[in-house]
Write a protein that binds this ligand. Sequence first.
Ligand code: NAP
Ligand code: MG
Length: 403
Amino acid sequence: MTAKITMTTPLVEMNGDEMTRILWQWIKETLIQPYVDLNTEYYDLSLEKRDASNDQITTEAALATKKYGVAVKCATITPNAQRMKEYSLKEMWKSPNATIRSILDGTIFRTPIIVDSVKPFVSTWKKPITIARHAYGDIYKDVEYRVEAPGKAELVFTGENGEVRQTIFEFKGPGLLMSMHNLDRSIQSFARSCFNFALDRKQDLWFSAKDTISKTYDGTFKEIFQQLYEQDYKEKFEAAGIQYFYTLIDDAIARVIRSEGGFIWACKNYDGDVMSDMVATAFGSLAMMTSVLVSPDGYYEFEAAHGTVTRHYYQYQKGTETSTNPMATIFAWTGALKKRGELDGIPELARFADALEQAAIQTIEDGVMTKDLADLSLLSQKKVLNSQAFLSEIRQRLDKILS
Ligand code: NAP
Ligand code: MG
């Protein structure tokens, strides 16, 4: 066996909860540590450790990502009332992803892992479609009001130089009101993350909104994208042979469905929420969806799009074997190692990550897979394995590729 690959800069490793925490360990032991002299700065974001540190550990992990540039994260529990009881929590801590995102100020890109034997429900799709969702403002930070009786609703802005007042509607009876906001700064950083990601992947970038109806709100999104594109990205896009284009959200949907895939689709917050579920489902399985947070300053945090797979974990705790799909978590590791290799000039590390991805896909194409995929795969011969046996099959193929 050849020597292990050496890393020069630590990768920020954020461990998590439940079944994905179990997979995390198995993936490292089986597929990474035998080949890479893994250099990580380790943060345990399990719910117990977050509670014990009053959630300081999450902030520290995010700050470490700013320091080193690349992180890989395991899925984590977002506490709710039931989890408060289950883990006797001191507080209902915020979602770690929300905390990390607010520190790094990034955009989340979700890309499906494509295998030939699992056909997307949309027959024209051949290549992955990445959804970039703006993760600030709009209805997620709105103010809503239930109108019970007649009255006049006004939009009032009190600025340093006085007041602006506009009538929204004169209510004759009950109805509804809602107000939303957004920030130029946030839209600009969203746009920059999208342009940078498109250059990184060498894929076209589409941005869609509804500026024909929402002339000021959506119109400003469109303008900010266009302005930054002309100013900072046009030349780079032309040099890379890729395109940026804006289109109305309805037109975008029609084009996406008729497309072959292979592009990045930037969406406003709500559109991205809805469309990412549509795209994920249409590509086959949530277990095959990767996710990366890219900050406008060029920091990366890689993870799987799915959660901690609680139902499987409860089975595992009872001693039952589970066939949980590790693909998206493996690809979080390969994405992070590849980026680390690129930034540090260690081509062997990027080559190893590519080989691991290839081995994982090859395993599924050979008809060896976890239960979730067996229901979707078109292959006539299928071998359904538990998670550990599936990882061993990947390892055998990886050894062949690397030898
Ligand atoms: P989930 O963990 O994504 O699992 C939902 C269901 O999807 C599973 O029960 C399973 O279906 C299927 N599934 C998801 N990933 C799979 C995989 N890798 N292999 C096979 N099947 C898979 O979502 P959830 O149950 O709603 O949430 C569980 C916990 O995860 C929650 O505490 C939530 O807060 C947390 N969460 C974290 C993140 C994150 O850290 N990024 C994201 C989402 C949710 P079957 O049961 O039918 O087999
Ligand atoms: Mg959603």
